[in-house]
Design a protein around this ligand. Structure first.
Ligand code: C5P
Length: 234
């Protein structure tokens, strides 16, 4: 089924950042979150933390949005079941790999139907270098036609993807670094300001914040830059 989404997408809770809780235990994840003070953000639970701490931690996280980044890639039946379970858990967002194909993405959307859980299709990982523009666009179009609520992509691909899929899909961009930051294993990185300027609805912040000497200050700086970028001031 093709769904045309035309109303502008809005991140859960209106947040502009999801904090990547890439930590081995719930104890450490919660301690890191406490260091950040009161900024309004969503949190992202990925494979490392979910495998270690699972649903009990997700239920405990009372954030403005919980993003379950499990990057599901399987046969349609299994993708549908995974999305249903994520919806029952109360996740606001669940990622699936766009490369699972339109049937897989559509199955995940069906599994989440009737819940508040939105399905984000990951196009090409930000750790992958080279010329990926064509592949990102094809996967973005395919996933949008399969009913995905949003897309994950690197910042430099966001503007073209927005043009291709319209305003109604949530565009979330990882690979965020400050101008003087270290890229680590990410190949395609951009600053928070450029992410805002290029039309991302929300960014993922991981090591740029948690690896900073003062994570609360780094988060405030990233949010301020993102807002300026959205106003065209980078
Ligand atoms: O620390 P860093 O900012 O590099 O973390 C990026 C986060 O975003 C990680 O949790 C990673 O799994 C996730 N992610 C990504 N690229 C994608 C999708 C998700 O880096 N395409």
């Amino acid at each position: 089924m093709t769904t045309i989404r035309t109303r502008p997408a809005r991140p859960p809770g209106g947040v502009r950042a999801f904090l990547a809780l890439d930590f081995p235990t719930s104890r450490e994840a919660l301690a890191q979150l406490r260091r950040l003070g009161g900024a309004r953000c969503g949190v992202k639970v990925g494979l490392e933390l979910f495998t270690a701490a699972g649903p009990p931690l997700v239920r405990r996280l009372k954030a403005d949005g919980v993003f379950l980044d499990l990057k599901v890639h399987d046969i349609p039946h299994t993708m549908e079941g995974a999305a249903r379970s994520a919806a029952e858990l109360g996740a606001d967002l669940l990622t699936v790999h766009a490369t699972a194909g339109p049937r897989g993405v559509a199955a995940a959307v069906a599994g989440a139907r009737g819940s508040g859980t939105q399905i984000l299709a990951v196009t090409v990982l930000t750790s992958e270098g080279g010329d990926v523009a064509g592949r990102v666009l094809r996967l973005a179009r395919e996933s949008a036609a399969a009913g995905a609520h949003g897309l994950v992509m690197s910042v430099e691909a966001a503007r073209a993807a927005r043009r291709a899929v319209g305003p109604g899909l949530l565009l979330v961009t990882p690979g965020i670094r400050f101008a003087d930051g270290v890229a680590h294993d990410q190949a395609r990185v951009a600053t928070p300001g450029v992410a805002g300027r290029e039309g991302a609805d929300a960014m993922v912040l991981g090591r740029a914040v948690f690896g900073a000497a003062d994570p609360a200050a780094a988060l405030a700086r990233a949010l301020a830059q993102f807002r300026s970028g959205r106003r065209g001031r980078v």
